[in-house]
Design a protein around this ligand. Structure first.
Ligand code: NDP
Length: 444
């Protein structure tokens, strides 16, 4: 049995009932085959793949908190410190009822390679909790965040592990968590990113993942002789990534016509009204049904359906496995030329393969949405320097990082004879740096 197959089998046996983690490991290791074969003896002797697929540390803890009626609730929380070969653990905190250890491990594993691709010194980690901030009062969210951080603060620090936002964890939650960390530890340090601008946050961090997604999509299209200007774009999600992807799409002259949340989706033939979307989602925290009440050009549909809309470019920006084989077939039939993943692993393996086989340019999440973590790393740098850079300076660095990521994944795909396979390119480019650092640091 090949080394890759052996490790894949082990991962499945040792991590039962974690399908998302199996899927992420399979996707990475399959595309690394040519690289692993080149170094098989050395990697096998050093158990490199066993080590890279096993978290350095997994922390599981309970989070008790009291609701507005005096009722006590208990949630399950996780922090997976996956790999620190190239820097302190870095990765977001997801607050969503679907969170479990397998999901946090898949996200932490992906994060290792994503962070490596940014070219910045950050290792991979991820955390979260099955708490749902939706429908909770501000006081309840604060009570949860304070209890969560009371335990988490024992394991994180500006030079060891620096969490950030993710689904359900926005500026409000990061603020409450930062306040509690400071209170318990008695230090003012850059232990979290995505902070408010008045207490160490970086300009552009809010916009970074969506903007970065569009910068790399533009670059990928350009490298294939296509101009993004004038293109129709289908976006899923209506959260942080989706909103700022829509904003930058307009700035680049494209027309985003869809968005969605967990109950339904919008098609707006005139293009999504960005100010209205921000008001509904960022200010009032309402459902998308509110959008059609004031926008005659828009239709609202219950359930899932964004990928049935005719588009040139598709940007999945909601959650994992939201674009399946049937969706991929519809996109191809409708003439879609490119898919770039704003969310983490939103495309199933079968759908990714179908898109690639049918000539659709495909940029995987670990490259396409790396702008968020890259800007988080820039926030860490500003915190260490006790300085704040201007919007233009951070945005300029973000754009440069995204263009470099595309160049690196493009070059890696060509070097290993898989031109235009940006999935393989991203996995290979991300892996090689981490592998070299791990080998240099000995058995640890
Ligand atoms: P938000 O919580 O701001 O928004 C998530 C959006 O996706 C919401 O519109 C939400 O709808 C929808 N959604 C969430 N879960 C589901 C589901 N199970 N089915 C359908 N829709 C769903 O999160 P972000 O925008 O920050 O994150 C989106 C994705 O991008 C995630 O995969 C995240 O890991 C990834 N990502 C985020 C980064 C960041 O900087 N924020 C960085 C890199 C990746 P509703 O409000 O109804 O739940």
């Amino acid at each position: 049995m090949s080394y890759v197959d052996e490790v894949l089998q082990n991962v499945i046996e040792k991590n039962p009932a974690q399908p998302e983690f199996h899927q992420a490991v399979k996707e990475v290791l399959e595309s690394l085959r040519p690289v692993i074969e080149e170094h098989e003896e050395e990697y096998r002797k050093n158990a490199l793949l066993e080590r890279i697929t096993t978290p350095e540390r997994q922390i599981l803890f309970r989070v008790p908190w009291v609701d507005d009626n005096g009722q006590v609730h208990v949630n399950n929380a996780y922090r997976v410190q996956f790999n620190s070969a190239i820097g302190p653990y870095k990765g977001g905190l997801r607050l969503h009822p679907s969170v479990n250890l397998g999901i946090i491990k898949f996200l932490g594993f992906e994060q290792i390679f994503k962070n490596s691709l940014t070219s910045l010194p950050i290792g991979g980690g991820k955390g979260g909790c099955d708490f749902d901030p939706k429908g909770k009062s501000d006081r309840e969210v604060m009570a949860f965040c304070q209890s969560f951080m009371t335990e988490l603060c024992k394991y994180i620090g500006a030079d060891t592990d620096v969490p950030a936002g993710d689904i359900g964890t926005g500026a409000r939650e990061i603020g409450y968590m930062f306040g509690q960390y400071k209170r318990i530890k008695g230090v003012y340090e850059g232990v979290l990113t995505g902070k408010g601008l008045t207490f160490g946050g970086s300009l552009v961090r809010t916009e970074a993942t969506g903007y970065g997604l569009l910068y790399i999509t533009e670059e990928m299209l350009k490298a294939n002789g296509i101009d993004i200007s004038g293109k129709t774009i289908a976006v899923s999600g209506a959260g942080n990534v989706a909103i700022y992807a829509i904003e930058k799409a307009y700035q680049l002259g494209a027309k985003p016509v869809t968005c969605s949340d967990s109950t339904g989706w919008i098609y707006d033939s005139e293009g999504i009204d960005l100010a209205l979307l921000k008001e509904i989602k960022e200010v009032k925290r309402q459902r998308l049904t509110e959008y059609v009440k004031v926008r005659p050009s828009a239709q609202y549909h219950e359930g899932k359906g964004v990928w049935t809309v005719k588009c040139d470019v598709a940007l999945p920006c909601a959650t994992q496995n939201e674009l399946d084989l049937k969706d991929a077939e519809t996109l191809v039939k409708n003439g879609c030329v490119a898919v770039a993943e704003g969310a983490n692993m939103p495309t199933t393996i079968e759908a990714t393969e179908y898109l690639q086989q049918n000539g659709v340019l495909f940029c995987p999440g670990k490259a396409a949405n790396a702008g968020g973590v890259a800007t988080s790393a820039l926030e860490m740098t500003q915190n260490s320097e006790r300085l704040s850079w201007s919007f233009e300076e951070v945005d300029g660095k973000l754009k440069e990082i995204m263009i470099n990521i595309f160049k690196n994944i493009d070059a890696a795909s060509k070097k290993y004879g898989m031109e235009k396979n940006y999935v393989a390119g991203a996995n290979i480019a991300g892996f090689l740096k981490v592998a070299e650092a791990m080998m240099a640091q000995g058995v640890c």
